[in-house]
Design a protein around this ligand. Structure first.
Ligand code: V47
Ligand code: SF4
Length: 379
């Protein structure tokens, strides 16, 4: 075991002679003061990797100690048919196109039944924006899952799907949210945020919900007592400043509502999509992004390293860069990342795998529920 000694970290930071551009930022971290967008850009561009690890670990320890969380979950991807054509998407198909799928309510129920008595606490439902489905179909999906697995938390539908179905039904976001809540929706996942800058958005996902709409959906959810996650798709054509400004908008909304559970940086994966020519960013950039997110988002308790997208080895490393959550068992139920070319083509981790991964880097595994309450400690 090599557990963090918070005081040693502090001593190290206080005694180090830091470059003059980084020193004031490190002082803010030690004093738990908020960083500016310029501070975040400076960290992205100029901070040494080991210093970033130390700063982010220090900030994370203050919130989460040495515990790292996982959950027992599976995904339902009800369709990959989508009215939009995001340039980074490897998964989207047209109605009737080869490789398109759409699940009936019966199929959703059957898939859920296979997870009975397996201790699952969360079902994550997200898919394409189907041109023919409406808010009641989305609601019934949630209802069927809840009827089959009454104890689970249903975290479902990205702001992109929600914007489309609420607009089609002429419902305000809050009315729509109330309707889905009545069907059993518990929280919403963080997808569709991509990069909030309007010019970047226009180049990578021109036709789907705009930044203001993404934020308004999440705000409406929070006001209706539905918590949510937030993501950021990085490593394509955005700059460090775009990343920092993206996080600033999330931090502002979190100040207002406190409704976000966690932040999940998602690394752009290049296979089978129109942005393949960009290639992928490197592991050092992944780690820097996690660390800056941990330092900048002072009002987010949890930073998630989503293992099916990062791969297990990078996930382990991310635990030294401010990450305190690695998501769940998944059980080979998501195709978004395998279709985009990640190494793990069949994402499955048992509880043993997850706890071993976490312990292997000296952290303390805990199983959590979807609201980050501890269910079981594995140490
Ligand atoms: O919005 C799509 C991303 C998101 C690619 O809330 C890609 O717990 C990389 O939001 N390379 C959907 N990323 C998935 C999502 C999510 C995943 C895990 C956990 C949670 C949560 C949310 O996936 C999309 C987009 O940003 N994405 N294609 C790609 N080629
Ligand atoms: Fe559709 Fe989502 Fe793919 Fe965009 S990322 S094309 S909204 S499935």
């Amino acid at each position: 075991m090599y557990l963090t000694n918070h005081n040693t970290q502090r001593e190290l930071l206080l005694s180090a002679t830091l470059p003059s551009n980084i020193e004031p930022i490190a002082q803010k971290v030690l004093a738990a003061e908020r960083l500016t967008v310029n501070d975040a850009v400076t960290l992205f561009e100029q901070a040494n990797l080991s210093l970033l690890a130390l700063l982010a670990s220090y900030a994370n320890y203050r919130k989460n100690g040495d515990e790292v969380a996982f959950n027992k979950n599976f995904h339902i991807e009800p369709t990959n048919i989508c009215v939009y054509k995001c340039k980074f998407c490897s998964y989207q198909r047209e109605l009737g196109q080869d490789g398109a799928w759409e699940m009936s309510l019966r199929q959703i129920e059957e898939l859920s039944s296979t997870f009975k008595e397996r201790g699952i606490t969360e079902v994550h439902i997200v898919g394409g924006v189907h041109p023919k489905w409406d808010v009641d179909y989305y609601g019934k999906m949630v209802q069927r899952v809840k009827q089959t697995l009454p104890q689970v938390h249903v975290k479902a539908f990205s702001a992109i799907e929600l914007h489309f179905i609420f607009t089609k039904a002429k419902l305000s976001y809050r009315e729509g949210m109330r309707k889905l809540k009545a069907y059993g929706l518990d929280s919403i996942p963080g997808g569709g945020a991509e990069i909030f800058d309007a010019e970047i958005r226009a180049r990578i996902c021109p036709d789907k919900a705009k930044t203001e709409q993404w934020l308004a959906i999440h705000e409406a959810a929070h006001l209706e007592g539905v918590s949510s996650n937030a993501t950021m798709l990085y490593g394509h054509i955005e700059s460090f400043r775009h990343r920092a400004m993206h996080m600033e908008l999330l931090r502002e909304l979190q100040d207002k509502t406190n409704g976000f559970n966690c932040f999940i940086p998602l690394k752009f994966r290049k296979a089978n999509n129109p942005l393949s020519y960009l290639g992928e960013t490197n592991t050092v950039d992944d780690l820097r992004t996690f660390a800056v997110a941990r330092l900048f988002l002072d009002n987010f308790n949890h930073i998630k390293g989503y293992w099916p997208m990062l791969g297990k080895e990078v996930t382990k490393m991310a635990l030294s860069f401010g990450v305190n959550d690695i998501d769940g068992t998944i059980d080979d139920t998501t195709k978004i990342y395998s279709m985009a070319g990640v190494e793990d083509q069949k994402p499955i981790m048992t509880v043993d795998d997850l706890t071993s991964l976490i312990s292997s880097v000296g952290k303390l595994p805990i199983e959590r529920d979807s609201c980050y309450r501890a269910i079981k400690k594995y140490y």
